[in-house]
Design a binder for this molecule. Sequence first.
Ligand SMILES: NC(=O)c1ccc[n+]([C@@H]2O[C@H](COP(=O)([O-])OP(=O)(O)OC[C@H]3O[C@@H](n4cnc5c(N)ncnc54)[C@H](OP(=O)(O)O)[C@@H]3O)[C@@H](O)[C@H]2O)c1
Length: 292
Amino acid sequence: MKIVLFGKNGQLGWEFRRTLPILGEVTSFDRGELDLCDRAAIQKRLGELKPDLIINASAYTDVDAAEKETELAMQINALAPGVMAETARQLRAAFIHYSSDYVFDGTKHACYLESDATHPLNMYGKSKLAGEENIRQAGEAYLILRTSWVYSLRGNSFVNKVLKWSRQNKTLKVVSDQISGPTWARALAEITGFVLAQNKKELYESIHEKNGVYHLAGNGFTSRYEWARQILANDPNPSEQVAQAIEPARSEDFPTPAVRPLFSAMDCSLFEETFGLHLPDWKNTLQLAMTR
Ligand SMILES: NC(=O)c1ccc[n+]([C@@H]2O[C@H](COP(=O)([O-])OP(=O)(O)OC[C@H]3O[C@@H](n4cnc5c(N)ncnc54)[C@H](OP(=O)(O)O)[C@@H]3O)[C@@H](O)[C@H]2O)c1
């Protein structure tokens, strides 16, 4: 099977570089190799490579900067996925894309279902929702996997930020009124790999049969505050911490350009029933992710 991966250096894309070679021959792109603002380049490279499977792990993910760089966020999160989906249909390639819990406004106060009305509060959420719509219109064999609070142990992830703050500050303040499901990028890449490996028929046909949007995040939900507490509890080098206390704060104590939904946890039972797979409990997964 020939696979094209976009966003190979992101949190999820990096993990896919471990997972995908088991499934086939992978050609992966970072921004320098293919800028997703260049529609013609996407079509040209895909046309040359003729993959059986396209995975889009790329996105414009700076939620606050998207309020200003709206056009760029739209190009990467909405237009590029539409071009990928259209080209995938023309090439008879299955298409896997990731969306976000930020397509919801957080006012349901219970876990969101795929059938719930969307109403993004910020430009990032709007651009991700527009991406979903473009894929639905242009695509034929696609999965849109909505996920939340993706983390890895690399780069500027939330886990690494909390560890860094704990080495710089005596007291950490983290918002306790934002609630969702932390999702380990490696687990997300692996479970996607399992979905792709379980198909008995031609991949295009079997993804076509299961076309649609699915929620897929670490099981359970928590606040950013509790998540940060668990990160510190699992710190592999706790002696390096200077932090003596971690205190809950409110979102309004930390004004940001983008408004975030307060409760955007998602119900993942449709994914579980359809594919017979689930992501384990977020807390156990975090412990596993942080064990060195
Ligand atoms: N992170 C979260 O908390 C979260 C929550 C919900 C949903 N999601 C979704 O989950 C998926 C994976 O997220 P992630 O956290 O792994 O993202 P990430 O770490 O921010 O990685 C995104 C990748 O996209 C690439 N990219 C951005 N603009 C590009 C362009 N113009 N051309 C080519 N590549 C470009 C980036 O390249 P550079 O490295 O060169 O910038 C980066 O490698 C995304 O669809 C995201 O929307 C994420």
